[in-house]
Every structure is written in C-alpha cells, then in structure tokens.
Design a protein around this ligand. Structure first.
Ligand code: CAA
Length: 384
C-alpha cells in the first residue's frame, strides 16, 4: 500500500460504484416514481439489477454469486437507493434473508438455496417480527414442533419485506417454549410449501414498490434438514445476521440522502428568486453544507462498519447499530431539508424529494428501531 492509498476506497470499489450508478441512472431511476405511485414491485428494476449481477451481490462465488465483500455490497445498495429506495431492498433483503444460511447453515442447505438467489431465479426474505413481537423479538410465538423427520410450523410473521415475491424465507420459530431466546430455531421455508400464505400488502408511507405483507404458517410441514444450524441457536443467528445487515440499511439511508442532496443542489442552482439563484443565499448554503457534512459522516461510519462486517470484528454489533442509527437519522434530516429547499415544489409529487423523505423514514424503524440500536450500543459500551 502506498501512502496515497491510506484511508480511501480501493479502486475496485470505485469501479463497482460507477458501474451500479450507470445501470441505476439508466434502468432503475426511471421506474422509481411509478413504483411509488402504483405500489407495484419494480420488475424492470429487478431485471436490470439481475442482468448486471447487482440483485444479490453478496452471494459467495462458490455458490454461483458475484462474491462481493460487505463494503462492495453496501456500495451497491447505496447506489441503488440513490435511484430508487424500493429497488434497493432487492439486494438488501436478499442479503438479510440469506445471511442466516451463510453464517450458520449446513453445506447442503447452502448448495440447495444460494445458487438460485445468485442466479436471480429466486429471492429470499427474513421472517423474525410478529404482530406482538417487534422490538422484543425473543417473545415470538410462531411454533415449530418436531414430528419424526419433519418440523411442523404454525404462526404469523409480520412486516415481512418482499413477502410474496420471494421464493424462500428464513423463519424463526420457537422449538422450546421454556427456554425463551435459547428455545428459538431457524428454518428455510419455501413459498410453495403447503400451508404458507400471505396477507394483503400493507399500505405504507414509503418504500411502496417493495411489498410488505404478513406471512402465515398453517401446519407447514418441512423436512428436518431445513433447520439452519442447531436447534435453539436461531435467536443468536437472527441477531448476528442483523449485526451484518444493519450496515446495509445504513447504506440504503445514505443512498436515499445522496439522491435528495443531489437533487436539492441542482435545483438550488436553477431556481431564481429575488433576481438570483437561491443557491447564492447564505441561508441555503448553510443548509446544503450541513446536509453534505452529515451525509459524509454517515458514509464514513457506514464504510467502517462494512469493513468490520467483512472481517467479522468483535465490535461489529456496536458499529452495525451505530451506522444504522446515525445514517438513518441523518437521512431523515437531509431529505426533510431537501424538501424545504424546494419549497412548495418539494411538497408535491412533481419532484422526487418528497418520495425520498417518505422512503427515508423506514430506515429509522426497520431492522430494529433507532431506540433499539441505542440499547444495543449502550449494552456494548457498558460491557467494555
Ligand atoms: N450476536 C450474537 N448473539 C446475540 C447478539 C448478537 N448480536 N445479541 C444477542 N445475542 C444473544 C445473547 O448473547 C443472548 O444469548 P444467551 O442467552 O446465550 O446469553 C441472547 O441472544 C438474548 O440476548 P439479549 O438478552 O440481549 O436479548 P433481548 O431479549 O434483551 O433482546 C434486542 C435484545 C437487542 C432488543 C433484540 O431483541 C433486538 O435486536 N430487537 C430488535 C429486533 C429487530 O431488529 N427486528 C427487525 C426485524 S427484521 C426487519 O426489519 C427486516 C426488514 O423487513 C427489512
């Protein structure tokens, strides 16, 4: 490493960023407003990402994937989110759904499922939350009961991103009700398994092109070899997964914020009031400066967390929570300020910044609310 390479992205990662941006500007951004208006899954964006191998870039090469490291995956998600937040949930949720398998699954289970996600034939969702078990994930009641060589699942999962469009699901269920978090196990369930069904799509504030639905399990009988890892290790796997994927939500947040900042900058240079571009007014310049500063701070923390995710550093739990919390709070502020800069125009659907503001909101909520992230960070700090 020369002295010029200290603390900057490797060239490969910049090359990936340029490639994703080109695809997204040309083939994803044009569908973003329509996905938001119609609430329909942006199939054209999926095809664009799939044809360029950006739909699930994290899948290891040995399973037919692109083998992107955690930083490259974050950059892909960031760039897709800059164009369309809903579409960025394609690579993000494929990572979330498959991480339990990658971290804890048997070789045969990985061989059975990962290549299909790598090829784009199937997507993978993550089923942790329930109607009465959100932040308190360990209080879930979805039950899995052993029956010979099978497990039989019953219960309801809620807020499942990409439910219905995903072919495969990591499902966390109670296998020993007396053991709380140590009595939870993880399973792969297929959409086509008998007894699996879906609720109506939720009517949401943002990320409308990414379906969020309940998933119902009614006596779903699956072979015992679909358990991920050992019995009773599901909760730890769920938490380890979130340590890695909170980094991807941070990346999504900075992508949305970058999209809003880019738009606000070009608008401020064009829009004239009092005889000059509004960008000439110091009041606006200070807002733009704050937006850029917060965004860059969020990006640096996110990339540092991505490095920790890739290396599996011991402080990933802290950094994943910190990156997700900081970047999503920053994205909410930046997108709200972008609307302010556009004034009345920003408040209408004729411009994309109100969509970005609505899309940013979810990043403060999912994969653990930012209050949960602060609990996670405080516990890590106090542990020393
Ligand atoms: N890595 C490994 N193990 C972990 C862990 C981690 N990061 N965090 C906790 N554990 C283990 C603990 O060591 C403990 O194990 P032992 O019993 O063996 O000691 C066990 O898990 C229970 O841990 P806690 O006592 O800390 O658990 P808790 O009940 O107090 O909950 C919590 C902690 C942080 C609040 C957790 O429930 C949590 O993260 N809640 C938020 C859930 C969440 O993020 N949901 C998002 C759903 S996914 C989603 O949003 C996806 C989408 O659609 C895009």
């Amino acid at each position: 490493m020369s002295e010029f390479d200290v603390y900057r992205l490797p060239e490969d990662h910049e090359t990936i960023r340029a490639a994703v941006r080109e695809i997204c500007d040309a083939r994803v951004a044009p569908h973003a407003a329509e996905a938001d208006e119609t609430g329909e899954f942006p199939k054209a964006s999926y095809d664009a990402l799939r044809s360029s191998d950006f739909h699930a870039p994290h899948i290891p090469v040995e399973y037919g994937g692109a083998g992107a490291d955690a930083l490259a995956t974050a950059i892909v998600i960031e760039e897709v989110a800059r164009a369309c937040a809903s579409s960025s949930l394609i690579p993000a949720v494929n990572k979330l759904g498959t991480m339990p398998l990658i971290l804890s699954g048997s070789a045969s289970l990985k061989e059975r499922y990962l290549p299909k996600v790598a090829s784009g034939e199937a997507m993978f969702s993550y089923c942790l939350s329930e109607p009465e078990a959100g932040s308190d994930a360990a209080s879930m009641t979805t039950r899995a009961v052993r029956d010979g060589d099978f497990w039989v699942l019953n219960g309801v999962k809620r807020w499942i991103t990409n439910a219905g469009v995903s072919e495969f699901y990591t499902v966390f269920a109670v296998t020993d009700p007396s053991a709380r978090s140590r009595g939870i196990s993880a399973f792969v369930v297929e959409k086509s398994d008998e007894g699996v069904s879906f609720g109506a799509p939720e009517k949401k504030l943002g990320i409308k092109g990414s379906p969020t639905r309940e998933v119902y399990f009614d006596n779903v009988r699956i072979p015992a070899d679909r358990m991920i890892g050992d019995e009773g290790t599901g909760f730890a796997t769920a938490m380890q997964t979130l340590d890695h994927t909170r980094v991807t939500i941070a990346a999504q947040a900075i992508g949305i914020a970058q999209g809003a900042l880019d738009f606000a900058l070009s608008y401020a240079k064009e829009r004239k009031q009092f005889g000059k571009p509004i960008a000439d007014f110091q009041g606006l310049q200070f807002m733009l400066a704050d937006m850029g500063m917060k965004l860059e701070a969020a990006r640096q923390l996110t990339y540092a967390a991505a490095g920790k995710s890739e290396r599996g550093d011991a402080d990933l739990t802290y950094f994943g929570a910190a990156a997700k919390c900081f970047a999503s709070d920053a994205a909410m502020e930046i997108t709200t300020d972008a609307v302010q800069i556009l004034g009345g125009y920003g408040y209408t659907r004729d411009y994309p910044v109100e969509r970005m503001m609505r899309d940013a909101k979810i990043t403060q909520i999912y994969e653990g609310t930012n209050q949960v992230q602060r609990i996670v960070m405080a516990r890590q700090l106090l542990k020393g």
